[in-house]
Structure formats: structure tokens, C-alpha cells
Design a protein around this ligand. Structure first.
Ligand code: PEP
Length: 250
């Protein structure tokens, strides 16, 4: 049985005041029926970390560098974010791939760097609208997955989480239908199964792309969708909490 998980990606949003308020509102509801973590901008890790210390909610990094240390101005290592209280790290978010030109090979290194310091990497995969319209979704997602999976042992890769995030659905208000998302989740689970049955059975696969309080339950009703990676709606506490609660309705 895979425990659902919902993650909030706050991207480059918020101030000390707004972040603090948002965290207080979310933790004030108490226990939720899923694992939950939020990814604030890294400058707020200390603030958020101290607020969530006695709550069941965890924190994640939106990005990490795979190198341990050195002359890499502006970068933050996996060990640094772990030491600042992060339990999870997103790797290969489409905004990193598109805007900052991250390659699959770099994403694989980030996945391993997170594992090496004892964090759970969340590998983000997804196709562009053009790739979908050309019928290339399966090929794109398979290649993104395999590039990372094949650099690691089954035991290593199995410590991570996968997030399917079609790029055309991120921040656009256009969500994949449950059936469409489920089809790709099925492909991903099949590839995991081929690699090792334990990966197919146990790996959590999240959906991301304009998930909101209204469409979450429909997505979570699909057997292969184990939760969500939420952007915009995670900045509104009632919506984020409603999405978390929707994991418990199936
Ligand atoms: C995301 O940034 O990972 C995301 C899914 O954003 P949104 O929910 O706003 O589409």
C-alpha cells in the first residue's frame, strides 16, 4: 500500500511575513491523511523549519546542486539544504530544465546527491505541448526516467519519488484529465516494474500540473496516482489543505 503524498512548490514567491502566515495556517489544521511537505524559497528554510518542527509536515528544496562544495556562486549543495531542515529535494522540475537548461544527466547527478546525504529526491518528468501533439509523450517521459534510473541500483532509485508533470499543464490552469494523467502514470509504473517489480509496486508517482481543490479528488481516484506536486494552489492554505484531504477520500 503506497501512502499518498502531497507537496507544495512555492517557487520564487513570498516574504517572511506571508510565508510564516501560510505555514501557520497549514499546520493549524493538524494531521492530514497523507505525507505533506512544502518547498519554500531556500532563504526561508530556517524560518519554516522552526515553525514546522513540532508538526507532521516536512520541508523540501526546490533545487540542489550535485557538487559538494566549491566555487559555484549562487548554488546550494544537498548537504546544505539537508542541514537546513529539508527532508526532500525536487530534481528536474520543468522550470529548471527549461529556464536553466538542466539536462537529464545533471538531473541524475542531483538525484544521487540528494540520496547521498539521506534526502528523498523527487524526480520531475513531463512533456511539452508540442511533444504531446507529436505523439512523443511516452518516449520523452521514458527517456527522462531511464536516464536517471539506469545510473542507480534498484535499492537507491527506490528511495526516491517520481512526479509526472506535463509542462503544458504547469501554471496554465489546464489540468490533465484523470484518464490522461493515469495513462502516463501507467506507462511510468510499467517502466519501473520492468526495472524491478519492487519499484513498480512501491514507488510513489505524483501528478503535477494545475492541481486544485476541485480537481484533486478525481485525480487521486486513479490507482496509479499517489498524490500531487502542487504549485499555485499550494500558496493558498485552504486550497492546499483541501488537496491534502482529498487523498483521504478514496
Ligand atoms: C509545479 O510547479 O510543479 C506545478 C505543478 O505548478 P502548478 O500547480 O501551478 O501548475
Amino acid at each position: 500500500m503506497r501512502k499518498p503524498i502531497v507537496a507544495g512548490n512555492w517557487k520564487m514567491n513570498g516574504s517572511r511575513e506571508s510565508v510564516s502566515e501560510l505555514v501557520s495556517e497549514i499546520i493549524s489544521v493538524g494531521t492530514l491523511p497523507c505525507d505533506v511537505f512544502i518547498c519554500p524559497p531556500s532563504v526561508f528554510f530556517d524560518l519554516v523549519g522552526s515553525q514546522i518542527a513540532d508538526s507532521p509536515m516536512d520541508m523540501g528544496a526546490q533545487n540542489i546542486d550535485w557538487r559538494e562544495s566549491g566555487a559555484y556562486t549562487g548554488e546550494i549543495s544537498a548537504a546544505m539544504v539537508k542541514q537546513s531542515g529539508c527532508r526532500y529535494a525536487l530534481v528536474g522540475h520543468s522550470e529548471r530544465r527549461t529556464l536553466f537548461h538542466e539536462t537529464d544527466v545533471e538531473v541524475a547527478k542531483k538525484f544521487k546527491a540528494a540520496l547521498d546525504v539521506g534526502m528523498t529526491p523527487v524526480l520531475c518528468l513531463g512533456e511539452t505541448l508540442q511533444q504531446r501533439q507529436s505523439g512523443d509523450t511516452e518516449e520523452v517521459v521514458s527517456s527522462q526516467l531511464k536516464t536517471v534510473m539506469q545510473t542507480l541500483s534498484v535499492a537507491e532509485f527506490g528511495q526516491g519519488i517520481v512526479a509526472y508533470e506535463p509542462i503544458w499543464a504547469i501554471g496554465t490552469g489546464e489540468t490533465a484529465t484523470p484518464a490522461l494523467a493515469s495513462e502516463v502514470h501507467g506507462v511510468i509504473r510499467g517502466l519501473l516494474q520492468d526495472q524491478a517489480p519492487v519499484l513498480g509496486d512501491e514507488m510513489r508517482i505524483l501528478y503535477g500540473g494545475s492541481v486544485n481543490a476541485s480537481n484533486a479528488a478525481g485525480l487521486f481516484a486513479e490507482a496509479d496516482i499517489d498524490g500531487a506536486l502542487v504549485g499555485g494552489a499550494s500558496l493558498i492554505s485552504e486550497d492546499f489543505v483541501a488537496i491534502c484531504r482529498a487523498t483521504g477520500t478514496n
